[in-house]
Design a protein around this ligand. Structure first.
Ligand code: BGC
Length: 285
């Protein structure tokens, strides 16, 4: 078998596809939805028929642009500024979402950031910021969503579940990542928080699942794909031989939020082009 030629970044991409309207009439909230994966997820949920709250912390014009894009699908949408690591701001955001839309059916816990440093020089602030947003933020938002799901219960004409939560994790919930101990710890924490919560609320017909993206072309990791050299290096870690696009993750999120995945409970869907397949062993070992 000939080795495939490594695609360069401009030639790769997610195939163009139409999103089926599997979420018609549902209400969704996506955190960190003004850029990257969150942006694509918000737009795809809208295309699938859901009304969408676009949460952001900085970058109001970008959030408003996402709202406009979501509305093009004929659904309702508004932007809401809130720091997901603040209990008060999160609870106020969910109160507003429920006041505006009547209830909530879908939470996509997406907001996340990196503050990279070698372990010995990592500051407590770098540690706390990442744990606060990536892990505590997911706890606070999930708690607020669960309270609404439990209050309302199943509405069969909307969905056979009483609510769906998708926790955006990372391949680094499994793959240790030197130089990023705060980030990897937050994602490992998300895995077990998601699974513990899924186990606890499944009897209420609430489904909690995770998505673990690999390397996706977003602002969080420009250094990994922006130059041809970096892209070629990255491809040694990706058997599928292209970088992931935010749309690859968005499509998985639409499916996990819809009744098409009704029996999927407490699982993590890896959307990583095979990054977790130990690519170094393809020819060695
Ligand atoms: C990180 C990216 C990284 C990718 C694969 C993601 O969770 O946010 O920066 O490129 O994992 O290592």
């Amino acid at each position: 078998m000939n080795a495939p030629s490594a695609p360069t970044s401009p030639s790769s991409g997610a195939p163009p596809l139409t999103i089926p309207r599997t979420l018609a009439g549902q209400k969704a909230l996506v955190t960190g939805a003004n850029s990257g994966i969150g942006r694509a997820v918000a737009i795809a949920l809208g295309q699938a028929g859901a009304d969408v709250v676009v949460n952001y912390i900085v970058g109001e014009p970008a959030a408003e642009a996402v709202v406009q894009e979501v509305r093009r699908a004929g659904v309702r949408s508004f932007a809401y500024q809130a720091d997901v690591s603040s209990e008060e701001q999160v609870d106020a955001m969910f109160a507003r979402a429920c006041a505006e839309f009547g209830t909530l059916d879908i939470l996509v816990n997406n907001a996340g950031l990196q503050r990279d440093a070698p372990f010995a020089s990592m500051t407590l602030a770098q540690w706390n910021t990442v744990i606060g947003v990536n892990l505590t933020g997911q706890f606070l938002c999930a708690r607020a969503a669960i309270r609404e799901f439990l209050r309302r219960g199943v509405v069969p004409s909307v969905s056979c579940a009483a609510g769906k939560i998708i926790c955006m994790s990372s391949v680094h919930q499994e793959i240790p990542w030197g130089g990023h101990p705060n980030y990897a710890s937050s994602k490992g924490g998300i895995k077990l928080m998601m699974e513990s919560l899924a186990q606890e609320v499944a009897p209420h017909h609430i489904r909690v699942n995770g998505i673990a993206p690999g390397a996706i072309r977003t602002p969080i990791n420009t250094s990994a794909w922006q130059t041809p050299e970096a892209y070629a290096r990255l491809m040694t870690l990706v058997p599928y031989a292209r970088i992931g696009e935010p749309e690859d993750i968005a499509r998985a999120a639409v499916w996990l939020a819809s009744d098409l995945s009704d029996y999927v409970v407490g699982t993590t869907l890896f959307v990583d082009g095979g990054m977790t397949l130990y690519p170094g062993f393809a020819t060695g070992g």
